[in-house]
Design a protein around this ligand. Structure first.
Ligand SMILES: NC(=O)c1ccc[n+]([C@@H]2O[C@H](COP(=O)([O-])OP(=O)(O)OC[C@H]3O[C@@H](n4cnc5c(N)ncnc54)[C@H](O)[C@@H]3O)[C@@H](O)[C@H]2O)c1
Length: 321
């Protein structure tokens, strides 16, 4: 919808990815309604938008129905890091399932197009490498990560059933590890963990021997992908993987962070947590072919602004702000 002003709802809009998406939608001239209950965020990420006449913030828990008039819904509301989603696993499943039902209900009533921010975690500990979208996954349904993994799988099911049953205009993307400024400094995710450790002079923590691999997508690239998916043709529903196929071992990431921060506090090794996947790498053929999207920002370039922003947060925390 280039050039047309839409009323766009971003659930989870105060979070890490959601706040960058709100910025980009405002820049593109849209009206943005950000809905968030601040379960894993606060107003910091969207403070700069609060005075903008095209930006509106609503404190609301998506597990309860919401009545608004909107053209587009980006449904991101859900705690995303294990520390956050395991704090209240029942609420996590409720957010994934009831939250999706409520937002799909809103899309049904308004005729809005709706995009689900699903996750690579739907692949669980994959037996196929790299992961293509037609791989059904290897998920433990009763483990400590299940509230998130199975919650998102159920959310995907709901999206496709609302499509089949009610002809909703749905889009589903599976996001792989994303990093960038405004990550929560204490979210326990590997990139922010390593950076905060290096900035505070504490040894970096590696679970296992560091040979497990991850791919890291810079948030600006990811947001481009989300917006391209939202404006893709009517025949495109997904799921489509969005992530950076460049694969790094955790040990390599540790070395990159130490080099970029310029401090080497050493590394401590701990046993691997339960159900931690050994390999994770997106196959983004569909995103390339269908959306004309691929990530552009190399890890070393994305780490710099991420470190700068976290340096600020760490300094504020040290001053008790
Ligand atoms: N960051 C990643 O690497 C990654 C990877 C895969 C998928 N995702 C998905 O992208 C989305 C955004 O992730 P993020 O990294 O920005 O996480 P985040 O925790 O920073 O943002 C999630 C936001 O949702 C809000 N929220 C949680 N429960 C809610 C509820 N019941 N009602 C309203 N708001 C609620 C939180 O307060 C937070 O602001 C999530 O759906 C996540 O599953 C993220």
């Amino acid at each position: 919808m280039q050039g047309i002003r839409d009323r766009v709802l971003v659930t989870g809009g105060a979070g890490f990815i959601g706040s960058h998406l709100c910025d980009r939608l405002i820049e593109a001239g849209h009206e943005v309604i950000c809905v968030d209950n601040f379960y894993s965020s606060d107003k910091t990420n969207i403070q700069h938008l609060l005075g903008n006449p095209r930006f509106e913030l609503i404190r609301h828990d998506v597990t309860f129905p919401l009545y608004l008039e909107v053209d587009r819904i980006y449904h991101l509301a859900c705690p995303a890091s294990p520390i956050h989603y395991q704090r209240d696993p029942v609420q996590t499943t409720k957010t994934a399932v009831h939250g999706s039902i409520n937002m799909l209900g809103l899309a049904k009533r308004t005729g809005a197009r709706i995009l689900l921010a699903s996750t690579s975690e739907v692949y669980g500990d994959p037996t196929v490498h790299p992961q293509t979208e037609d791989y059904w996954g290897n998920v433990n349904p009763i483990g400590p990560r299940a509230c998130y993994d199975e919650g998102k799988r159920a959310a995907e099911t709901l999206f496709f059933d609302y499509r089949r049953q009610h002809q909703l205009d749905i889009k589903v993307v599976r996001i792989f590890n994303t990093y960038g400024p405004r990550m929560h400094p204490q979210d326990g995710r590997v990139v922010s963990n390593f950076i905060v450790s290096a900035l505070t002079g504490k040894p970096l923590t590696i679970y296992g021997d560091g040979s497990q691999t991850r791919s890291f997508c810079y948030v600006d690239d990811l947001v481009n992908g989300l917006m391209k998916m939202m404006e893709s043709g009517d025949d495109v529903q997904g799921p489509i993987n969005l992530g950076n196929p460049g694969e790094f071992t955790i040990a390599e990431l540790a070395r990159e962070v130490i080099a970029a921060v310029g401090e080497d506090p050493g590394i401590d090794y701990f046993p691997l947590p339960q159900d931690d996947p050994m390999q994770r790498q997106p196959d983004i053929t569909r995103a390339r072919e269908i959306l004309g999207w691929e990530p552009k920002v190399p890890l070393a370039d994305g780490l710099r602004p991420t470190i700068d922003q976290l340096r600020g947060r760490v300094a504020e925390a040290a001053q008790g702000r």
